[in-house]
Ligand binder design. Structure first.
Ligand SMILES: C[S@@+](CC[C@H](N)C(=O)[O-])C[C@H]1O[C@@H](n2cnc3c(N)ncnc32)[C@H](O)[C@@H]1O
Length: 302
């Protein structure tokens, strides 16, 4: 499909074999997406706070899934409000070879990028895409757009500009197959929708990792525009009520957010750890800086 947008030249996708075998012989999976607010570099702070045992694992703000792919739970519910993201994981699980084939047609040039990006402005063309084509578009845009930012306007149209990277790499075949095998072999329920729906269905004894769009803090480049509606203070307050409900139902939660008086006050009755993360900051000169974030939980540390 996308090869027809402009057929000259082929971007070879491929390559990086990003899996390693750990001492326990489990394959270490890498997130296939670059995701704003991704938790890869906070894993060393998050993992020690994960309860040593739990029933069902839930991650309802999945994004790139850095925590899921590190924990590799055997039973999980994963979800996100972003339908394209969830379509991608569904296709990786069910149709990974077709996805790998579909990725071969993409190219790293601006005209091609904007043609693929703007398909969502044409409702008929967009509806005509197969799930594999949509997944291939999502992976392509993610690695070729500016900063990997999944940003949509009020109409839900993807509007991040072309990234102008010299040699962007889309997840390689080995990496995609490893994620596919995990999603097939483990008992993983993949859903689209609001986090509150997933949280409302969890049984007692579950453990939930909540990584919502952060409350913006001045001076940092916190990004909340993942979905057309955004995630403002009222959304943060709604999430806190869901956390209270989880607590009442004997479900443990660990939540990430920005280090800010509003968030500290909202979660004042819970355990709060302050951690340092390297994040983009607004000052152009600073680029990336060390920013304080919080990890909130409703259970004491082990
Ligand atoms: C900070 S990101 C999660 C990053 C992820 N932990 C990672 O490592 O890449 C927040 C995610 O929440 C999703 N989201 C925003 N509003 C939501 C809602 N109401 N319900 C479920 N997901 C939502 C966004 O689509 C985005 O993927």
């Amino acid at each position: 499909m996308f090869g027809r947008v402009d057929s000259a030249g082929v971007l070879r996708v491929a390559r990086s074999v990003a899996i390693t075998i750990q001492e326990n012989d489990k394959i270490s999976l890498q997130p296939v997406l670059k995701w704003a607010g991704g938790k890869r570099q906070l894993l060393s702070a998050i993992l020690p706070l994960v309860p040593p045992d739990f029933g069902l694992y839930a991650e309802p703000f999945l994004g790139g899934g850095a925590v899921l792919f590190r924990l590799r739970p055997e039973r999980a519910v994963i979800s996100d409000a972003n339908a394209e993201l969830i379509n991608l994981y569904t296709v990786i699980r069910q149709d990974v070879d077709a996805l790998i084939d579909a990725l071969q047609c993409h190219r790293n040039d601006a005209a091609y990028y904007y043609a693929v990006r703007n398909i969502d402005r044409n409702a008929d063309a967009y509806k005509g895409l197969t799930p594999v084509e949509r997944a291939s578009r999502t992976l392509y845009l993610n690695k070729h757009c500016y900063n990997g930012l999944y940003r949509v306007n009020r109409s839900g149209h993807f509007n991040t500009p072309f990234g102008r990277y010299r040699n962007p790499t889309i997840a390689g075949a080995t990496e995609l197959r490893a994620v596919s095998a995990y999603l097939r072999d483990a008992d993983i329920d993949i859903r689209i929708g609001d986090y509150a729906e997933v949280c409302g269905t969890l049984p007692a004894g579950s453990f939930v990792y909540l990584d919502p769009p952060y409350h913006p803090v001045s001076g940092t480049a916190n990004f909340t525009g993942y979905t057309a509606g955004g995630f403002g203070p009222a959304e943060q307050e709604r999430l806190k009520l869901v956390c209270d409900d989880l607590t009442r139902r004997n479900i443990r939660f660990l939540l990430s957010n920005s280090h800010d008086d509003f968030i500290l006050d909202l979660y004042r009755e819970y355990y709060i750890d302050i951690v340092q993360a390297r994040r983009p900051v607004n000052s152009a000169a600073a680029g990336r800086g060390v920013v304080a974030e919080v990890l909130v939980r409703n259970y004491p540390s082990a």
